[in-house]
Design a protein around this ligand. Structure first.
Ligand code: GUN
Ligand code: ZN
Length: 439
């Protein structure tokens, strides 16, 4: 009984349709479930919930907002120091900055040191769950998993597979890469809150043999995730067409090798046709929409209308270091900009304005929506009963301008939008990670 805790503040969560539920004066009660996981036991208006738990001590945060911890669907932990590296586009950016930098993660101590900074930065920004790339070196995976385990975080990562068209220092060996992947799955997947993702970098840097092996592992370990990149950049797409002439499209290459299924997460998904969108939907694969990266690298605009019309799942991602910020607020704002330009056909040219994605939908895409896309609905990204108790405490008066603007909000949409447009790490006063009761 005494292991239960209650937190009083304004409170944001989502219903199963993705609509926000907001309590101006809310109470969140957390405590161990039958298996000892720290979860939300009760939630709602303060008076109501408090009357059901008279014995639980309440921590009160007046003027603050408790909200679900953010879920980042695609980020590269070894690219923490690659942020803000300018290039003409994706392929020169990879060659000139990313690959040389990633080669450093062969060293265990370097991997561990960056992992510590990376996890600090996630938490400082309110991100409590991430699906992240490591590098092709098993040391990078071990370093990040060890750090996330130490912090009790729910985190998914995997060793990058890239056995061709990659320089010395990051290129791996076909056979050994698959052996290493299986060893890492056995060592880490399902341990505490950690999950493994089979991680072919992207089709051009894997031989057909490596992709085939990855697909075989994906079939053998069906609850392991798959992550890769697809249809991000025109030059990349031309390259894939030349390398895999038998596949219908870039996306089909992954399908042809058994890499599309539930828990398969593809970053970008920009230059798609309707057959690609249908393939995403029919296989249960999902998109990690990465707007700051797509704007920074000049890759293009995710087509929200097309995704919704064809009905495939998606959520938001920073894609650091192609992406420019760890902050979910920066990512949600960039997604809004992208939505403005996303009308089927050519944006603006047909005289129609772009979409105006609602603040609730933007927030959902980075919390409960992202969790759902990862197959973690009801586990993270929300504060409904049974969810693991990862949450952020937001201070809507963190800056003078935020204070002025949020004070004038007349409804929830105006409040959320003010935080999306003006917010950054200063808005996140604290990040609370669910801990097993024995911890
Ligand atoms: N495609 C292949 N590798 C990468 C990467 O590291 N970042 C991005 N944005 N796209 C990629
Ligand atoms: Zn990426």
């Amino acid at each position: 009984m005494q292991k239960q805790k209650a937190y009083r503040a304004s409170l944001l969560r989502f219903d199963s349709a993705g609509h926000a539920i907001f309590e101006v004066d809310g109470l969140l009660v957390v405590g161990p479930d039958a298996s000892g996981r720290q979860v939300v036991l009760d939630v709602g208006g303060y008076a109501d919930v408090a009357s059901r738990h008279p014995e639980v001590a309440v921590t009160h945060w007046p003027g603050r907002i408790i909200a679900p911890g953010f879920v980042d669907m695609h980020i590269h932990f070894p690219q923490t120091d690659v942020i803000g590296s300018p290039a003409d586009g994706l392929l020169p950016w990879l060659e000139n900055y990313t690959f040389p930098h990633e080669s450093r993660f062969v060293a265990e101590d370097y991997s561990a040191q960056v992992a510590t900074f990376f996890v600090d930065e996630l938490l400082r920004n309110g991100v409590t769950t991430a699906l992240t790339f490591s590098t092709s070196h098993p040391a990078s995976v071990n370093g990040l998993f060890a750090e996330a385990q130490r912090r009790h975080m729910r985190l998914i990562t995997g060793k990058v597979l890239q056995d061709r068209h990659s320089p010395d220092g990051v290129r791996d060996d076909t056979e050994q890469s698959l052996v290493d992947t299986e060893d890492l799955i056995r060592r880490w997947h399902g341990v505490d809150r950690l999950g493994y993702a089979i991680t072919p970098r992207f089709a051009p840097t894997s031989t057909p043999a490596q992709l085939r092996g990855a697909g075989e592992l994906a079939a053998r370990y069906p609850d392991v995730w798959i992550q890769s990149h697809v249809a991000e950049n025109r030059d990349e797409i031309d390259w894939v067409r030349a390398l895999f002439p038998a596949s219908r499209s870039y996306l089909s290459v992954y399908d042809d090798f058994g890499l599309m299924r539930e828990r398969a997460v593809y970053a970008h998904c920009i230059h798609f046709d309707d057959e690609d969108r249908a393939l995403m939907r029919d296989t249960g694969s999902v998109a990690a929409v990465s707007p700051t990266s797509n704007l920074f690298l000049g890759s293009g605009f995710f087509d929200y209308a097309g995704a919704d019309r064809m009905g495939f799942g998606y959520g938001l991602a920073s894609d650091v270091g192609g992406g420019t910020s760890f902050s979910p607020f920066r990512t949600m704002l960039a997604a809004y900009y992208v939505g403005r330009t996303t009308v089927e056909g050519v944006q603006g040219a047909n005289g129609k304005p772009g979409l105006s994605l609602s603040p609730q939908h933007l927030w959902w895409q980075h919390t409960a929506g992202a969790a759902k896309a990862l197959g973690l609905a009801g586990v993270v990204g929300n504060l409904q009963p049974g969810c693991e108790a990862d949450f952020v405490v937001l201070d809507p008066a963190a800056t003078a301008l935020l204070e002025r603007k949020t004070r004038q909000a007349r409804n929830l949409d105006e409040l959320l939008f003010a935080m999306i447009v003006l917010g950054d790490d200063r808005l996140v006063e604290r990040t609370v990670i669910s801990q097993a009761s024995s911890a």
